[in-house]
Design a protein. Structure first.
Length: 419
């Protein structure tokens, strides 16, 4: 009888597995789905970047066409007999050229952000340049309405007006290029979350992100930097360092981030002196860059300089896009200090709770961090509730981390927190 029931039970389970195959394969499917979503999201950013690069081609074509138009009008321009008009017009045009406005579009083949200095001084300088351009246009507009110009013949007036309109179009293309270049600097913002800044990715998610980042356009420096950061987080310091060599030579907003990433990579390669020099170079270029501050905090944690890490992450709690991550990082930092300073437990729970409440939808890692902090505050039941919630959302690999934490909570044992 017992044997018969055993057989029947086995058959029933087999039937259930056949009828509900999605349940039998739920874990692998969920795991693959998370990695697939990362791959798809990165490739979408790549597509946006390709579209962005296509805009450069249009700008180049417009610029070259306008330059050809100016050149073609040279013969007509030389036939104008009124020397006073020619000198006045040429003086205005020369003054505009002396401000090196056309030099900007002349470097259109450079990488996005290549001529953009992130410092406040450069921004003020650009505003002053634009103001000067506006004043020059006012002078030219006044000239076009001048009595002297009205005394010229119809053909001469048409030639001058055509030249004037062409210069206006050139200035418009140059302004469009400056805006295009500035937009390129923001692509790194889109790639940042795929660098696994909180080190929450599973191995499969990390591999998927890495593969997608590697399939980029050669001009996509933002994706190249993102790949270097992901490799650094994975511990592949030598490979990351190779990618960073070319990036640190390109002046612009990505340069200080690349420098700070290099500092992390060199530290991982036990090149302490070189790491310190790279860190100092990054700080010298841009001290307040939020991505640099995050990486500086990571480096400080590796060097047991928790006070520096706290300062950097605390500054990022006021940056909307990094606020939740920074609070979680600080929460773990405080939880790590509890053995020496018990009062840090309350601060850890508060920060982790604030970040978790704003996490929509909640992730396994959000629950996990809150569980770690609750455990440090000896809130056993609440910690167990959060770690169970984390495990439900986690992949198999991440579930193993949850199990280790749960075991420590249940047995009232200390749990090692790695930052």
């Amino acid at each position: 009888m017992a044997s018969f029931l055993s057989v029947q039970t086995g058959l029933l389970l087999a039937v259930l597995a056949f009828v509900c195959p999605q349940d039998a394969a739920k874990e692998p499917a969920d795991k693959a789905d998370a990695a697939g979503k990362i791959d798809k999201a990165i490739r979408k950013v790549h597509e946006d970047y390709d579209d962005y690069l296509a805009q450069k081609k249009k700008l180049v074509e417009s610029y070259e066409s306008l330059q050809a138009s100016i050149k073609q009008s040279e013969a007509e321009w030389s036939r104008i007999q009124n020397e006073g008009v020619i000198k006045q017009f040429s003086a205005i045009q020369s003054a505009m050229n002396s401000m090196q406005i056309s030099n900007t579009i002349g470097s259109i083949g450079s990488a996005p952000g290549g001529n953009t200095n992130p410092n406040d001084f450069a921004m003020r300088q650009q505003l002053q340049q634009q103001l000067a351009v506006n004043r020059m246009m006012e002078n030219m507009n006044a000239f076009m309405r001048s009595q002297e110009l009205q005394q010229l013949g119809v053909e001469a007036q048409r030639t001058i007006r055509t030249r004037f309109e062409t210069i206006q179009k050139v200035l418009k293309v140059e302004e469009d290029y400056r805006q295009w270049q500035s937009a390129g600097n923001r692509f790194f913002d889109k790639y940042w979350k795929f660098t696994d800044p909180q080190k929450e990715f599973s191995t499969q998610e990390s591999q998927s992100a890495l593969a997608a980042l590697q399939e980029r356009d050669k001009e996509n420096l933002a994706a190249q930097l993102a790949e270097a950061l992901l490799l650094t987080n994975k511990g592949d310091y030598s490979q990351a360092n190779e990618l960073l060599e070319s990036l640190i030579e390109v002046q612009g907003p990505l340069q200080p981030i690349a420098m700070m990433c290099k500092a992390l990579a060199l530290d991982g390669m036990d090149k302490d002196r070189e790491s310190k020099l790279a860190m100092q170079s990054s700080i010298k270029i841009d001290r307040t860059n939020p991505y640099c501050r995050w990486l500086r905090a990571r480096l400080a944690c590796k060097q047991d300089q928790s006070n520096i890490a706290e300062t950097e992450w605390k500054a990022l709690t006021t940056v909307a896009t990094m606020q939740q991550d920074a609070k979680r990082a600080m929460a773990l930092l405080y939880a790590q200090r509890v053995t020496k300073t018990p009062s840090n437990a309350g601060r850890a729970v508060t920060l982790a709770s604030e970040a978790h409440e704003k996490q929509t939808p909640p992730t396994w890692y959000s629950h996990y961090v809150l569980a770690v902090c609750l455990n440090s505050a000896k809130k056993k039941e609440e910690a167990l509730k959060q770690i169970d919630a984390a495990k439900e959302l986690a992949s198999q690999e991440q579930q193993e981390k949850c199990d280790k934490l749960k075991e420590a909570i249940q047995q009232d044992q200390p749990f090692e927190i790695k930052l």
